[in-house]
Ligand binder design. Structure first.
Ligand SMILES: Cc1cc2nc3c(=O)[nH]c(=O)nc-3n(C[C@H](O)[C@H](O)[C@H](O)COP(=O)(O)OP(=O)(O)OC[C@H]3O[C@@H](n4cnc5c(N)ncnc54)[C@H](O)[C@@H]3O)c2cc1C
Length: 578
């Protein structure tokens, strides 16, 4: 079946929906999503969305921009960070006007709480910058945007899984998708395509990410010759539920929660004397692993490594129920622990991809590091890399990234489609999507995909995790390459067309493998410690040699890398102290 839309958006998380809202004002717009829109991972975001509203104490967008740059260990493109910080104020009011039920101050203003790395006056003391709707902020954003998209007559194709993109030289002409309900292949001709397919934490075994976060968009583009930026920077959130990785929001520490080791010591005093438990995530994740390797963690049998305690008992049941109801519920459900009475066992969990599809500030996808772009191809949200997060994202800066840059990409797409034509289509539309599926069907008695997936996740967590070393990463690369070869032989057990979830899992596994391969390669290549990329063999940041973005390319099934300059307009790199 062939469809024609001026703008096609893949992904219905915060980034995709905001782009759709804008694009649909001027262009015939479709949103495709492999999930029902409101099940996108944005709905799981708990803690908040940052904007220097200054509602509870003095704050300024300039301080927000500075914190973002410093938090990202100076790998942030500073013009993009300025746009993020300055636009976020209006973006939050726009969400409020569209109906988002934020928590309020007694005076009726949007309430704000503390979050890691957000400070007043360029690092002096923590500031309350995170706007929030209890600990269901992302859920509220998704509901708000979805209902507005319905009102704007955006066409939704739910449970459509993209399998290919039509690229002619550097021009995008549409995409190809598999409809889950029927197993049919659909072609979407389009003047402009936006990728907003979210993150890929599922390449790790301990992760806060939903099952659907398999990086389908970036992996597909990587195979099509599009470079990916800064893949080596993957954030490990310090507080995942022990043994499961399910997220316990930083909002707990924002409200006053404290991390303690097995002796009950507040160990962050040793690592970040000023910001303590509200230092950036990379530093806290490392501090926890450091405590564990010193034998100060707490022993358990649920995970490959020990855990520490997140103590919220002193906050009182009332604050927890009013401001953190979701994590209270998680803790009771998964651990049988009431956080008002006992500390929560936590350990670092793979959380957020700072890297992704390289774009400019209007969502246009870069074709190289030298300033040339694809035509009609856009990306926004976690799958993209603007780059506002650099080497380490600050908490609450992703939701604002979706809203600010999702909107800008939507506006740009609407502008672009008016001056452009649909690509002339070949007489016989591309068969690549179908061919891929046919190939998976042909294999007989191949290796088990579940085993490949669990091996991949184990090696990524153990060897390309919070701390990384040459030998470990070499080992990971060898194993991943072997798994990629095995993957070529896997067989599709279920060959039925309707609701073939086995087929989807195989497609997702292929994407995880390619992204993990590129991630491990880039991590091995970068010989320094910066932000979330901590090398135990190169423990210092090396601005002389490494103050540059990485671009990874996949050619002939092998990764190669090149560099892209960092946009430093205002703040020169300084040592990071908190
Ligand atoms: C548990 C958790 C809590 C978080 N809390 C916060 C927070 O408090 N504050 C903050 O700023 N950030 C937070 N984050 C990060 C933030 O929520 C995410 O980075 C952000 O929501 C990603 O949004 P997105 O629009 O890019 O993608 P997503 O919301 O992940 O949506 C991706 C979309 O792409 C679609 N898709 C994917 N692959 C395909 C395919 N092959 N075909 C078709 N469609 C496809 C999916 O169906 C989905 O609709 C949190 C993340 C997690 C995991």
């Amino acid at each position: 079946m062939i469809h024609e839309y001026e703008a096609v958006i893949i992904g219905s998380g915060g980034a995709g929906l905001y782009a759709a809202l804008e694009a649909s004002k001027k262009a015939k717009t479709a949103v495709l999503s492999k999930l029902y829109p409101i099940r996108s991972h944005t709905g799981a975001a708990q803690g908040g969305i940052s904007a220097a509203l200054g509602n509870v104490e003095e704050d300024k967008p300039e301080w927000h921009a500075f914190d973002t740059v410093k938090g990202g260990d100076y790998l942030v493109d500073q013009n993009a960070a300025n746009i993020l910080a300055e636009t976020s104020v209006q973006a939050v009011y726009d969400l409020e006007n569209r109906g988002l039920p934020f928590n309020r101050t007694p005076e009726g203003l949007i309430d704000q709480r503390r979050f890691g790395g957000h400070t007043r006056n360029f690092g002096q003391a923590p500031v309350r910058r995170a706007c929030y709707a209890a600990d269901r902020t992302g859920h509220m954003i998704l509901q708000t945007l979805y209902q507005q998209c319905i009102k704007n007559n955006v066409s939704f194709f739910d449970e459509f899984h993209i399998v290919d993109v039509i690229l002619d030289q550097k021009k995008c002409g549409g995409i190809i998708a598999l409809e889950l309900a029927t197993g049919d292949i659909h072609i979407f001709k389009s003047k402009a395509v936006l990728f907003a397919t979210g993150g890929f934490g599922r390449m790790f075994s301990i992760t806060s990410n939903a099952y659907a976060n398999t990086g389908d968009g970036p992996a597909l583009l990587l195979r099509k010759g599009v470079p990916l930026e800064d893949l080596e920077f993957f954030q490990f959130h310090p507080t995942g539920i022990y043994g499961m990785g399910i997220l316990i929001t930083e909002g707990v520490r924002g409200e006053g929660g404290i991390l303690r080791n097995q002796d009950g010591e507040r160990f962050m005093e040793q690592y970040a004397p000023k910001l303590l438990d509200l230092a950036p995530r990379d530093m806290i994740a490392r501090a926890i692993m450091n405590q564990i390797s010193k034998g100060k963690g707490i022993k358990g049998d649920q995970s490959i490594y020990d855990y520490v305690h997140l103590d919220a008992t002193h906050l009182g049941a009332e604050v927890i129920e009013e401001k953190l109801p979701e994590i209270s519920d998680f803790s009771k459900t998964y651990l049988g622990i009431d956080p008002a009475k006992k500390p929560i066992p936590v350990q670092p969990t793979a959380h957020y991809a700072m890297g992704g599809i390289p774009t400019d500030e209007n969502g246009r996808v870069a074709a190289d590091g030298k300033g040339s772009f694809y035509e009609g191809l856009y990306a926004a949200g976690e799958c993209a890399c603007v780059s506002v997060h650099g080497a380490n994202r600050l908490g609450t800066n992703s939701l604002v990234d979706l809203i600010v840059f999702g909107k800008r990409a939507g506006v740009e797409m609407a502008k672009f489609v008016h001056g452009s034509h649909f690509l002339r289509f070949p007489k016989h539309p591309p068969k690549s999507g179908k061919a891929l599926i046919e190939k998976l069907k042909e294999n007989r008695n191949g290796p088990q995909p579940e085993k490949i997936r669990s091996q991949l996740q184990k090696y990524m967590t153990e060897k390309v995790g919070v701390y990384r070393g040459e030998e470990d990463m070499q080992k990971a690369l060898t194993v991943i390459n072997h798994l990629r070869e095995e993957y070529k032989k896997v067989s599709l057990q279920d060959t039925n067309k309707p609701f073939n979830t086995h087929l989807l899992e195989l497609l997702e596994l292929g994407n995880l493998l390619d992204l993990a391969y590129a991630t491990a390669f880039c991590a091995l290549d970068r010989k320094e410690t910066r932000g979330a990329h901590a090398r135990n063999d190169y423990p210092e940041r090396d601005d002389k040699n490494w103050l540059k973005h990485t671009l990874a390319w996949l050619k002939d099934d092998r990764v190669s890398v090149s560099a892209k300059p960092v946009d430093i307009v205002k703040w020169k790199p300084k040592p990071r102290k908190y």
